[in-house]
Design a protein around this ligand. Structure first.
Ligand code: TNX
Length: 516
C-alpha cells in the first residue's frame, strides 16, 4: 500500500515535470518563425557560422550585386563589427553567394536560399529577390544582429533550404506626413522597417488640409505658407525636392517604390490658404490645424486650377521614377458630384501627359477611368466593384481591417476608431480576395496598410500604431491565404517580440500574443 502510493506520487511528479518542462523545451527555432512565412522551408542539420573572415561572393561586374553586398555589410556591421570582404564569385567552397540569374523565369522578387555548414546561397532572377533573401537571413540570425552596438554573439544561421515568392505584387504601407509632418530621418526609418517585412511600396500622403509637404518650385507659396502648420498647430514642415530625391533613392536601394500622393479636389485647404486664385471666391482660406474632413475643394471650373495641377504633377512626375502618382479623390464632400467627375477625368489626363499612371481612392471610380488607373479600396465596396467593371485593378486597404491609425481597443491612447477597433488578430484574419462580394483575386493588385496621423505626433507614436500589426499585413500580401492561420501566426509573432525590441521598435504589447 505504502509502496504503491509512493510510486503513484512519483508518477504524478514525473507527469507534472514533463508537463511543466514542455513549454521550456518548446523554444522554437528561428527557421519556424519567419514573417512573412515563405512558400517552402526545409530545415536541415547543422548551421553556417558567420565570421569576420566570411566572404561575400558576387559577380563583381554587376553593380546591383555590389550594392546589395554593401547593404549586407551595413546591416551586420554594427552588431558584429564585421566588414565582409566582397570577392568575385569563383565557385567558392565557402562564404555567402549572392546570385542574380536572369534565366530564372519567376518574379524578380522570388528567391531561393540554401544554407549549409559551408555556404549560404541566395539566388534570384532579380536584385529584389536577393534583397528579400538577405531579409530572411537577417531573421535567421540571432536577434542581437539588430543591435546598434557590437556583441560577442555566436552568429549562426541554421541550415535550411527556402524557396520563396510573394503572392501579391503590390505590398505597401502609407504614411501621412500632412496631418503631422515627419521628416527624412523618420521616413527612412519607416522604409527600413517595412522593407524588413518584404514590403515594396511606400505611399506618401504629401498634402492635405493641414499642410502641403513637398516643395513645388513653380508654386513656392505652397510650402512658404501651406507647410507652416499641422494638426494641433505645430510648426509643420516640408520636404525639399533634394530631400525627396534622396528618399526616393534610399527607398529604391531597399526595393521600395515611393508613390507620392497629392490629394484633390478635397483635402486641399493648405493649397487654398497659399493661393487665393485656387478658390472660387478668389480669397485665400485660413490655415487649418483641426481634424475635420470634407470641407475644402479646389475650384474645379477655373482654368488656373488646371495650370496649377499641370505644374504640380509635372514637378512630381520628374521626381518620381515609379510609374504611379496618387491623385487622392477621397471625401470631396465640398465638391459637387457633377464637378468632381470631370475634374478627376482631367487630372488623370494630366498624369498621363506627364508619363505616369494614376491611383485614386475608391471614389475615383465615379469618373471615367483611364486604362491602368488603379482604385484604392478603403471604404466603399460599390465604388470598388464599379472600378473593376471599368477595368481597374484594386489596392486593398479596407479601413476596418487595414487602417493603422485605428485604435487597438477602447483603451488605446492614440488613434481613431471610426472604422472600428483593430486588434492584432482582426488585422491579420482577413483575405483580400474574400472580403467583399465582387472583389476577386484577379481584381487585386495588392495590399496597403495606411497610417493617417491626426493623432500621431512622434516616431514612437508611429511605431506603437504600426507594430505589431504591420508584419501581419506584410504576410497577408506575401503569403497565400491557404498557407496562413492566426493560431500558427500568433506564435511566430510572439517570437518577433525580442527582435522588435532589438530593433528598438516601441510596439504595442498586445495581450493576444504570448510574447517571448
Ligand atoms: C479617412 S481614408 C480619410 C483620411 C483620414 C482617415 C482617418 C481616406 C481616403 N480618407 O483623410 O485621415 O479617414 O482615419
Amino acid at each position: 500500500m505504502r509502496f504503491s502510493s509512493i510510486s503513484f506520487s512519483a508518477a504524478v511528479l514525473l507527469l507534472l515535470t514533463v508537463a511543466c518542462s514542455e513549454p521550456a523545451k518548446e523554444k522554437r527555432a528561428a527557421i519556424d518563425n519567419l514573417i512573412p512565412k515563405p512558400s517552402s522551408v526545409k530545415a536541415d542539420t547543422g548551421s553556417f557560422q558567420l565570421a569576420a573572415n566570411t566572404t561575400l561572393n558576387i559577380d563583381t561586374a554587376n553593380l546591383e550585386l555590389k550594392k546589395l553586398a554593401g547593404y549586407f555589410n551595413t546591416l551586420i556591421k554594427p552588431a558584429t563589427g564585421f566588414e565582409l570582404a566582397v570577392k568575385p564569385a569563383a565557385n567558392d567552397s565557402t562564404g555567402i553567394d549572392l546570385i542574380i540569374d536572369t534565366t530564372i523565369k519567376k518574379s524578380p522578387e522570388a528567391y531561393t536560399l540554401s544554407i549549409n555548414g559551408k555556404k549560404v546561397t541566395i539566388k534570384a532572377g532579380g536584385g529584389a529577390g536577393v534583397f528579400y533573401g538577405i531579409q530572411t537571413i537577417r531573421q535567421l540570425l540571432p536577434d542581437a544582429i539588430e543591435a546598434t552596438t557590437k556583441s560577442e554573439t555566436n552568429w549562426t544561421i541554421p541550415a535550411a533550404t527556402i524557396v520563396d515568392e510573394p503572392s501579391y505584387e503590390y505590398r505597401g504601407s502609407m504614411l501621412d506626413i500632412a496631418r503631422h509632418f515627419f521628416g527624412p530621418k523618420d521616413i527612412k526609418r519607416y522604409i527600413d522597417l517595412i522593407s524588413f517585412y518584404k514590403m515594396n511600396t511606400l505611399h506618401l500622403h504629401l498634402s492635405d488640409d493641414q499642410g502641403w509637404r513637398i516643395e513645388i518650385k513653380s508654386w513656392p507659396k505652397l510650402t512658404e505658407i501651406g507647410s507652416t502648420t499641422q494638426v494641433g498647430g505645430g510648426k509643420g514642415g516640408f520636404l525639399s525636392q533634394e530631400e525627396y530625391k534622396d528618399l526616393v533613392q534610399y527607398a529604391a536601394d531597399r526595393y521600395i517604390t515611393i508613390i507620392p500622393e497629392i490629394d484633390m479636389p478635397g483635402h486641399t485647404n493648405a493649397a487654398l490658404a497659399s493661393y487665393a486664385e485656387l478658390n472660387c471666391n478668389d480669397t485665400a482660406t485660413k490655415l487649418y490645424s483641426g481634424i475635420e474632413v470634407g470641407f475644402s475643394t479646389l475650384c474645379t471650373n477655373k482654368e488656373v486650377t488646371y495650370k496649377f495641377l499641370d505644374d504640380v504633377i509635372r514637378e512630381l512626375a520628374a521626381l518620381t521614377p515609379g510609374k504611379y502618382l496618387h491623385i487622392g479623390g477621397d471625401e470631396s464632400h465640398a465638391t459637387k458630384k457633377e464637378d468632381y467627375i470631370p475634374f478627376m477625368e482631367k487630372v488623370q489626363l494630366l498624369v498621363k501627359k506627364h508619363g505616369k499612371l494614376a491611383i485614386g481612392w475608391d471614389e475615383v471610380a465615379n469618373s471615367k477611368l483611364e486604362p491602368n488607373t488603379v482604385a484604392q479600396y478603403w471604404a466603399d465596396s460599390a465604388n470598388s466593384v464599379m472600378a473593376i467593371s471599368k477595368g481597374a485593378k484594386l489596392i486593398m486597404s479596407p479601413a476596418r481591417k487595414a487602417y493603422l491609425d485605428m485604435q487597438y481597443d477602447s483603451t488605446s491612447k492614440l488613434g481613431l476608431h471610426w472604422a472600428g477597433y483593430i486588434e492584432v488578430d482582426t488585422a491579420y484574419t482577413w483575405d483580400p480576395a474574400n472580403l467583399e462580394p465582387g472583389i476577386k483575386r484577379e481584381n487585386i493588385w495588392g495590399v496597403e496598410a495606411p497610417l493617417w496621423t491626426e493623432t500621431i505626433v512622434t516616431m514612437d507614436d508611429i511605431e506603437y500604431m504600426v507594430f505589431p500589426r504591420l508584419p501581419g499585413y506584410a504576410e497577408i500580401a506575401w503569403t497565400p491565404t491557404a498557407s496562413r492561420s492566426w493560431d500558427e501566426y500568433k506564435v511566430r509573432l510572439g517570437y518577433h517580440g525580442p527582435r522588435m525590441k532589438a530593433m528598438q521598435i516601441d510596439y504595442y504589447p498586445s495581450k493576444k500574443i504570448d510574447w517571448k
